[in-house]
Design a protein around this ligand. Structure first.
Ligand SMILES: [Zn+2]
Length: 87
C-alpha cells in the first residue's frame, strides 16, 4: 500500500489518497494534478518526484533515485504547497 514502484509512475498512496485520475490513459492526453485532481494543461504542470521512503515531494531530479516513485504532474500552486510541506 505504501510502495507502487513499477517502473512507470503510478498512483501514490498515503496522504495523496484523495488524488485521482492520473493513470496511464489520462497521462496521454491530459494531465491531472496529483495533489488536488484538477486538470492541468501541459504548460501549467510542474513535475515533482515522490519519495517512496518518506512520502515527501522533491523538485524533479532532486529525489534520491533509490527512493523515487517517479515524477508526477501537479499544478504550480500545489507544487508550492507540497514543497513547503516537505521539511
Ligand atoms: Zn493541484
Amino acid at each position: 500500500m505504501t510502495k507502487r514502484a513499477q517502473g512507470a509512475p503510478g498512483k501514490p498512496s498515503g496522504r495523496l489518497g484523495k488524488a485521482k485520475g492520473a493513470d496511464a490513459i489520462t497521462r496521454k492526453l491530459e494531465l491531472r494534478c496529483e495533489h488536488c485532481g484538477k486538470k492541468l494543461r501541459q504548460d501549467q504542470a510542474v513535475y515533482l518526484e515522490l519519495s517512496a521512503k518518506t512520502n515527501q515531494w522533491y523538485p524533479e531530479g532532486e529525489c534520491p533515485a533509490e527512493e523515487s516513485q517517479g515524477s508526477f504532474p501537479v499544478g504550480k500552486t500545489c507544487a508550492k504547497t507540497l514543497l513547503r510541506e516537505t521539511p
